[in-house]
Write a protein that binds this ligand. Structure first.
Ligand SMILES: Nc1nc2c(ncn2[C@@H]2O[C@H](COP(=O)(O)OP(=O)(O)OP(=O)(O)O)[C@@H](O)[C@H]2O)c(=O)[nH]1
Length: 316
């Protein structure tokens, strides 16, 4: 332990008392230190602190406890420990990753009057690294689970669930033109039958990637299931949507999947629907609009299939 210089002559019982306190502080499984609020001189460091950060004699708190710190730390909590009148303001509790050993600590800081009357900070810090790591792992697991729940495993596009959730959000941004495109690969069964299921999967990925090259940042592309895809185009007029669909269709038709020395030609049939969003007052209205757009685009797509495939059709 780094000892404090005695401030007054101790009687025998004072010595016993001080030794008892020393024993207690040095037995703690926590860092305890005291530093001058103005000069940052380290006045006390318990054995736990010495064992982790080394000797404190004649040093400032930031020199001992932090890494390569030559002046008071930016994150120093000293200003939080005093009230407007400069009196101790109570305990400040915070969590911090130590810059020297990278471990996390819960710190309880407080300004107190030292034995000689000056104001000092006392900090009691317990190692919470394991808890933090567990919290971090939980946050990562949650975000992975959320991403997987919204993602089509094969193409890594949004899945049907995410498509409609995002669609509802877009539909609530009223007073904008909104367009919907649905497309379905033509005679996809024949691709599977001729080239095998794995090649069929590769064709689906190829279609997804080609489509992505035609999109703007806010467009929402999803694989709705099987060989059917959906595309929400926020703030897009009908004619623009038609151009997008035609450009994607042309891309499929002219850029076959090249794999293992084979060239696999895929086309698709497209249906478009659009509307200018009215004032929406309830999420159910957004849902109803979305379903109408979806059904109209679906009908239009079926029409494109009936009319001979590899073409764009719209809902009048
Ligand atoms: N490889 C692969 N095939 C799939 C997948 N999901 C669905 N399919 C296949 O897609 C085919 C869809 O066939 P159909 O619904 O008859 O449609 P189509 O052959 O595309 O014909 P049209 O839609 O009428 O042009 C079926 O053979 C499904 O097995 C998938 O994830 N991977």
């Amino acid at each position: 332990m780094t000892k404090i210089a005695p401030q007054h002559a101790e009687t025998g019982s004072d010595t016993n008392h001080s030794q008892a306190i020393d024993t207690i502080l040095n037995s703690l499984d926590a860092l305890v230190y005291v530093s001058d609020l103005d000069t940052y001189d380290l006045l006390y460091l318990n054995d736990y602190g010495v064992s982790v950060w080394g000797e404190a004699k004649g040093k400032k708190c930031y020199q001992v406890l932090q890494s390569a710190q030559h002046s008071p730390c930016q994150f120093c909590t000293n200003p939080k420990l005093l009230d407007e009148k400069g009196n101790p303001a109570g305990v400040h509790v915070w969590e911090f990753q130590n810059t020297q050993n990278g471990r996390w600590y819960q710190c309880r800081d407080q300004a107190i009057h030292w034995t000689d009357g000056r104001l000092v900070r006392i900090e009691i810090a317990t190692d919470i690294t394991e808890r933090k790591q567990m919290e971090q792992a939980l946050i990562e697991a949650k975000s992975t689970a959320e991403r997987l729940a919204d993602t089509d495993e094969l193409t890594q596009l949004y899945n049907r669930r995410a498509f409609f959730n995002l669609g509802r959000q877009v539909a609530q941004q009223t007073a904008q033109p909104l367009a919907f495109i649905m497309f379905d690969i033509d005679h996809f069964k024949r691709i599977n039958d001729r080239w095998g299921h794995a090649m069929g999967d590769a064709a689906l990925i190829h279609i997804a990637r080609l489509t992505q090259t035609k999109l703007r940042t806010n467009d929402i592309l999803a694989r709705l299931g099987g060989e059917e895809f959906g595309l929400i185009l926020p703030n897009t007029h009908h004619e623009q949507a038609w151009q997008v669909a035609e450009s994607i269709r042309h891309g499929f038709d002219t850029q076959p999947l090249q794999l293992d020395g084979y060239s696999i030609h895929c086309t698709a049939s497209f249906g478009i629907s659009s509307l200018s969003l009215p004032q929406i007052n309830h999420p159910d209205e957004a849902q109803a609009l979305l379903e109408t757009l979806f059904n109209n685009a679906d009908q239009a797509m079926m029409q494109a299939k009936r009319a001979g495939r590899n073409q764009v059709s719209d809902a009048a």
